[in-house]
Design a protein around this ligand. Structure first.
Ligand code: ADP
Length: 495
């Protein structure tokens, strides 16, 4: 993981230190330069005063008459004269030494008499000052210096060469003034120290504040990282758990479907005998049954056997659908004929109860592409439900038409007891029945609608239920356009 705090501490520490050092160095340098310029300005002013007093009297001596050697120079009265003027003018000032050079660098006069006769022509600052006819200064630390007023130790000296210009601008001589800037330098050093301490405090404070902020951010990021990590692992774990559960459920479901399919198959064989033989008995094929009670029982056995067979068939069908083993045998079906057939099958029963059963379809109803047996099963399931839940005097309509998109819509509408809104979704599941259904019906398994829905979906269709309790129910099946086989009407032949 990215070590934010460590990198920040290192980088910002180095950055603040560097900025602090640069500030201190720049400040110190600027202060020193300012001090040197200031001292140089004072020296220029003093050199003018010296020139005004000395030059009119000693110019000729300095320029031409002065001897070339120290001992001779020290013995000259001009030297003493220049010295007395110099001492007078520098009294009370920081100037500790004064020299007067001939243009070629010969020290004609020095407040330190022992330096008279030496030559400064090799000093590059002297040479520059003469060449450019401008003052030139330099700071240096003097361990020991013989000053106008005695010996001095460890002084910071600003040394300025100040050319004396003649009427035509040429350099005729050069003053050299030594100013004692030790106090100024000490003040600067003190300010630099204050600045450094101030910066250490300010930057330290800044560093501390930033450190706290970054540390909190770092902790926050780390916590989020761990939470996220935890969250992801939790999710992965629950996902794999879900997958395992799903696999188990699927395996269990397949096992259940296979078991049901086997059981149903095994049950049907004896059941067919029960139904067949009980029917033979009720019809008294092999002779009369004297006791009417036995006849009644035989009738009950036959009815119950048929009901059981119906139930088993439905279970078998549903388990086939769930196991994905149900195949539809696609054929072209005359939809109108299929509907008429189913209506005919249910008509007698409807009449018996006193319910009107009608068909509603256009003349040009297209053929249907699907499994004829399954389609009839769908119709009969829906019609028998409608019959079961419609009281006498009601009506049932089996309708079909082609919608605008070309799909086929089939609907079974009744004026029966209806279904409460809360039960609408539930009753589409296997073995689910609406509350209180027993009051209205004496038979039913709760499988019919679930099977009808699955069979519809196997044909690519959708089943929907609308119901108004007390007013009736409509079950609508919407099949996609590819289920409709429209035969183009033959065009009359033109002449
Ligand atoms: P069964 O009719 O065998 O109980 P179904 O799956 O066909 O099973 O129907 C489930 C339940 O849905 C029924 O028990 C009944 O409560 C309700 N139902 C189905 N069709 C209608 C209908 N046309 N009118 C009112 N209720 C209905």
């Amino acid at each position: 993981m990215f070590r934010l705090l460590r990198y920040f501490s290192l980088a910002s520490g180095i950055a603040l230190l560097a900025v602090g050092l640069i500030l201190v160095v720049v400040y110190r340098q600027t202060s020193f330069n300012g001090m040197v310029e200031g001292v140089e300005r004072e020296n220029v002013a003093l050199s003018r005063a010296l020139a005004n007093s000395i030059w009119p009297r000693f110019a000729e001596y300095v320029k031409t008459n002065a001897p070339g050697e120290g001992p001779a120079l020290r013995g000259r009265a001009e030297s003493t004269g220049i010295d007395s003027v110099t001492r007078k003018l520098t009294t009370g000032l920081n100037v500790v030494k004064v020299r007067l050079y001939r243009r070629d660098g010969l020290t004609v006069y020095s407040s330190d008499f022992s330096e008279m006769g030496t030559n400064a022509s090799q000093d590059p600052i002297f040479a520059r000052s003469v060449r450019e006819a401008r003052p030139a200064s330099q700071v240096r630390l003097a361990a020991s210096i013989t000053g106008i007023n005695g010996n001095l130790k460890d002084r910071r000296i600003v040394k300025s060469y100040l050319p004396i210009l003649g009427p035509n601008g040429t350099v005729e001589g050069v003053f050299e003034l030594y100013s004692d800037a030790t106090d100024n330098a000490a003040t600067i050093a003190q300010r630099v120290t204050f600045l450094s301490i101030g910066l250490v405090w300010a930057f330290g404070l800044l560093y501390g504040v930033l450190f706290i902020i970054v540390r909190r951010a770092d902790m926050f990021i780390k916590r989020q990282y761990y939470d996220l990590h935890q969250d992801v692992s939790d999710r992965l774990e629950s996902e794999s758990h879900l997958l395992r559960t799903l696999e188990q459920a699927e395996t269990a479901n397949t096992a259940k479907s296979q078991f049901l399919a086997h059981m149903s198959h095994e049950l049907r064989t004896p059941l067919n005998s029960i139904i067949g033989f009980s029917e033979v008995m009720t019809q008294e094929v092999f002779g009369t049954i004297d006791n009417p009670q036995y006849l009644e029982y035989a009738g009950d056995i036959h009815a119950s056997g048929k009901h059981l067979l119906c139930l088993i068939n439905e279970i078998l069908d549903l388990s086939k659908v769930e196991a994905g083993a149900m195949e539809i045998n696609e054929q072209t079906i005359n939809l109108a004929d299929a509907m008429r057939e189913c209506e005919a099958m249910m008509k007698d029963e409807a009449k018996k109860i006193g319910i009107g059963l009608t068909l509603a379809m256009p003349n040009d109803l297209p053929d249907f592409r699907g499994d004829p047996l399954r389609l009839k099963q769908i119709f009969l399931n829906l019609l028998s439900n409608a019959l079961k839940f419609t009281p006498p005097g009601g009506t049932i309509t089996l309708g079909a038409n082609q919608n605008e998109a070309g799909g086929i819509q089939i609907a079974v509408a009744d004026t029966g007891i209806g279904i409460a809104a809360a039960d609408l979704n539930r009753i589409l599941l296997p073995f689910e029945q609406a509350d209180g259904f027993l009051e209205h019906s004496d038979s039913g398994t709760g499988l019919g609608l679930a099977l009808t829905k699955s069979l519809t979906e196997l044909h690519g269709g959708k089943l929907s239920l609308t119901s108004d309790p007390g007013a009736g129910t409509t079950v609508t099946l919407n099949f996609p356009p590819e289920r409709a086989l429209t035969t183009q009407p033959e065009l009359p032949l033109g002449r």
